[in-house]
Design a protein around this ligand. Structure first.
Ligand code: SAM
Ligand code: SF4
Length: 326
């Protein structure tokens, strides 16, 4: 079992399958972002070997992310391999949904259990402005295909950026009245490289909640106010679905963090918002034994930072979000 020096049991791995993306969201990357050459990224057999090693150390929950995981070649076969790794109980994916229209069913058939789909507004023009390249219609098709394929409950993620979509939170929350979906509002986090969008752009969870309650009524806390993953969950009166808030900036959930990340270039990253990483791909390619690699992982996990330093103004400078895997 992998534990850190604060006694947290770390059993949830987020794997970034690529840093590439078919969108250019303003809060995630600059429009002229350059990407790593394929040879620097984990190849399919390397992803599967590392998954096997993490699973043998008690990691049983995997989330695939990126960049955009669905743009990776052979994504369906890769998901099948990960889902069939002994010890892996749950495989989910965070995606922008653009390609889910055709991929949702094959991914579900391959063993994917759930998806979180990013959708920051229901307004096509604003969607285009936020994602620079995206068409809202593609994402809607993706959401419907995910539901049809049984990738449920459908969870939607919305990053709220002042000046872009803070007025859209009510329409997004309203979706939960008639649908059994979860919409989770995410406070924008700062990364070097996209700071001009982020200066003054953070809209706190409490402001979002206030806007929703002013229009749609009181949000009732569910799960006795406990965190569901990283989100605090609520329900609107008579709603089928749920509204959640991920307040990484204003109310961090670090003490309950059970996750580690594997970057697309094979680094173990222990905290999304700390620069510390442990290289796994170089020793793997240099012929390290499985036991050596397990020890490197365990040593890395042991050193997991207690939490992020946003409150002290410490922001990660070495990578932007798409490289780490959100
Ligand atoms: N491309 C996929 C997507 O957009 O869902 C997966 C990768 S993306 C980096 C993962 C999540 O991170 C998305 O929900 C995205 O909205 C969120 N994200 C990206 N940049 C962010 C930022 N600066 N602050 C908070 N969330 C961010
Ligand atoms: Fe791509 Fe996701 Fe980043 Fe948007 S948030 S640019 S979809 S990786």
């Amino acid at each position: 079992m992998a534990i850190d020096r604060f006694g947290r049991s770390i059993n949830y791995l987020r794997i970034s399958l690529t840093d590439h993306c078919n969108l250019r969201c303003v809060y995630c990357m600059p429009e002229d972002q350059t990407f790593r050459p394929n040879a620097e990224l984990m190849q399919d057999d390397e992803v599967l070997l590392l998954t096997y090693l993490f699973a043998s150390l008690g990691f049983h929950k995997i989330r695939l992310t990126g960049g955009e995981p669905t743009v990776r070649a052979h994504i369906v076969d890769l998901v099948r391999g990960i889902a069939h790794t002994p010890g892996i109980r749950s495989v989910s994916m965070t995606t922008n949904g653009v390609l889910l229209g055709r991929l949702a069913q094959p991914l579900a058939d391959a063993g994917l259990q759930r998806v979180n789909i990013s959708i920051d507004t229901l307004n096509p023009e604003k969607f285009k402005r936020l994602t620079r390249w995206g068409k809202l219609e593609d994402v809607w098709n993706g959401i419907e295909a995910a539901e049809t394929a049984g990738l449920s409950p459908v969870k939607l993620n919305a990053v709220i950026v002042r000046g872009y979509n803070e007025n859209d939170v009510v329409d997004l929350a309203r979706l939960t009245l008639d649908r059994p979906w979860q919409i989770r509002f995410i406070e924008m986090m700062p990364f070097a490289g996209v700071t001009e969008v982020q200066m003054g752009g953070v809209v706190t969870a409490s402001e979002i909640q206030e806007r929703i309650e002013d229009s749609l009524g009181d949000l009732q806390a569910i799960h006795e106010g406990q965190l569901d993953g990283e989100a605090r969950m609520f329900k609107l009166p008579r709603a089928q679905g749920e509204v959640g808030f991920i307040s990484s900036v204003s109310a961090p959930f670090c003490s309950a963090c059970n996750r580690a990340r594997l970057t697309a270039d094979g680094r173990l990253r222990l905290c999304l918002l700390r620069e510390k990483e442990v290289d796994l791909l170089t020793p793997l390619r240099a012929g390290a034994t499985l036991d050596d690699l397990r020890q490197i992982i365990l040593d890395g996990v042991w050193e997991k930072p207690w939490g992020h330093g946003l409150a002290e103004g410490v922001i990660p400078l070495n990578r932007v979000m798409n490289e780490i895997g959100g």
